[in-house]
Design a protein around this ligand. Structure first.
Ligand code: TNX
Length: 513
């Protein structure tokens, strides 16, 4: 009390804020721990963001926050510079910290006080996750009665937060239908807000090849020109792909490239028929059947080709992973499949990446550093984990974004059942596969296959709101995942969804606000 009386004589006058409750903020994913102190920080034109100068990536996070504050509130906030309104400045500090309480690279602490906000993180990735929380705490409307300029009142208190899983992904199939660079960027913008850190791109399949390979140009000249339903297809040049990688990196999201093989390879074999191993003449395919194509696993030139493909893609993919697909190779002989996966794993490793594959890959003798993505077969997940492989969980009954919500859904398939918004949320990744040790689980991923969707509006219809629930299942502790609580917070995402012009499915299970 003595300090405040003394300081009153020369600091700003005390503002009187309405009572707030940080613990009731509709944050998604729900933070690990929140302590409310019931006052407010008034975000205003005189707020300044200061960032750690030790690491330039922190300054980038500061600029990202300033830009998002601008688009939400119209306020032009300066970063690491005074804005000339010194008498009433309020600060947001984005600080690099070595605190042992920050257990992971993505952990952060947010201290919101009346006149300043401190965000602590070990790395810029942690700071980036933290500013998503801050964005979500900024109200839609300003309060215009407390001061003679508008204030956006952020509830005060402390948040300690960290992710449950290190891998929190979604997958987009750009092969069955092509999605442009701008469409993928919009998707990245949305998933970043909910703290996803991986976008897996399914870059090849029977219906189209979507990434330029300079040493094998026909892959895109021929294989890039088809898609499901007979549309014009499309592909990313390597420059396009680098642009996506950089855009994702600014959001601390890793792109995981996938070339699906030895099955799902019709488009590659149409481009270069020597690759084909199913004994038939290859023709372009624009239907939606699976399991009819295969590379020839016995030919050396096939592996020389794959060495080029993997080398070129690995060289423009800074992330640690390369996904080889490996699913539904129904016309590949079992021994050929095993031989193929083992040879391709070596190629992936030679180019400095860790192999990821759909759960079928555990049929081969793979190295414990490779990762199996569980989608279908429990036995495969268990076999992988017994072999030392980390597992990504994408169970088709719970996590497939391409399943219909219900029988009336405008888009989507239903081979693994309909997945309404509550079913998508109501499962516990840590216990879902019986017998799978928790430590084996790298994380979760929600795949969006694109047989039935071909543009952003359709993509968003299937992905949202379900992907928001997967964000929470990947980040928040199972104790903090509660459907009733979640559905109330989800209802309050409407202003963001509308501001971003997201064509979400307005499920009747949610009382949208
Ligand atoms: C199965 S899931 C597939 C895809 C299809 C999807 C449709 C997986 C590894 N393979 O080829 O697009 O079902 O839901």
């Amino acid at each position: 009390a003595i300090i405040s009386v003394a300081s009153c004589q020369w600091t700003k006058k005390e503002l009187v804020f309405p009572k707030t409750n940080l613990s009731e903020a509709p944050l998604i994913p729900k933070p690990l721990k929140t302590i409310a102190t019931h006052s407010a920080f008034g975000l205003a034109e005189n707020t300044i963001i200061y960032t750690s100068q030790v690491d330039p990536k922190f300054e980038q996070v500061g600029h990202f926050l300033a830009e998002k504050i601008k688009s939400k509130t119209g306020l032009g906030i300066s970063v690491n510079a005074s804005n000339g309104k010194n008498s009433t400045e309020r600060f947001i500090y984005i600080n690099k910290s070595d605190s042992v309480e920050l257990k992971t690279s993505e952990s952060y602490q947010l201290y919101i006080k009346k006149d300043s906000i401190f965000l602590n993180a070990k790395t810029a990735a942690g700071a980036f996750r933290g500013i998503q929380t801050l964005r979500q705490l900024i109200p839609e409307k300003s309060n215009d009665t407390i001061t003679d300029y508008p204030l956006w009142l952020i509830p005060t208190g402390k948040i300690f937060d960290e992710p449950k899983f290190e891998y929190r992904g979604t997958m987009l199939d750009v092969s069955r239908h092509f999605f442009s660079v701008d469409e993928v960027k919009k998707y990245l913008d949305i998933i970043a807000y909910y703290k996803f850190n991986v976008l897996h791109l399914h870059l090849s399949d029977d219906q189209g090849w979507r990434i330029e390979i300079k040493s094998w140009p026909k892959l895109t000249e021929v294989g890039g020109k088809t898609e499901v339903g007979g549309g014009v297809g499309g592909y990313y040049t390597q420059e396009d792909f680098k642009e996506l990688v950089a855009y994702a990196a600014e959001r601390h999201i890793t792109i995981v490239p996938e070339i699906d093989m030895p099955g799902h390879t019709n488009a590659a074999s149409v481009s270069y028929p020597f690759l084909n191993g199913n004994g038939k003449v290859v023709k372009p395919y624009t239907g939606t059947r699976v399991g009819f194509s295969t590379f020839d696993a016995q030919k050396d030139p096939v592996y020389a080709f794959l060495d080029d493909v993997i080398r070129e893609i690995a060289s423009i993919s800074p992330g640690p992973y390369f996904h080889i697909g490996g699913d539904e190779s129904h016309v590949t002989k079992k021994k050929d499949y095993i031989h193929f996966v083992e040879k391709v794993e070596k190629i992936v490793q030679k180019h400095g990446k860790q192999m990821v594959g759909w759960d079928e890959i555990v049929a081969a003798k793979i190295s414990p550093t490779s990762i199996a993505q569980h989608w279908h077969t429990t036995k495969n997940a268990l076999k992988g984990s017994a072999n030392g492989n980390k597992i990504i969980l994408s169970p088709a009954k719970k996590a497939y974004l391409d399943m219909k919500y219900d029988s009336l859904s405008k888009h989507g398939l239903n081979w693994s059942g309909c997945i309404p918004v509550d079913v998508a949320y109501n499962w516990n990744p840590e216990t879902y596969v019986q017998g799978l040790p928790k430590e084996t689980i790298l994380g979760i991923e929600a795949p969006l296959w694109s047989e039935t969707i071909s543009n952003s509006a359709e993509l968003e219809y299937l992905a949202f709101p379900r992907a928001i629930g997967y964000a929470e299942l990947g980040w928040s502790t199972s104790e903090n995942c509660d459907w009733e609580d979640y559905r109330n917070r989800l209802a309050k995402q409407v202003p963001f969804l509308n501001r971003m012009n997201i064509n979400y499915y307005p499920s009747e299970l949610i009382d949208w606000e």
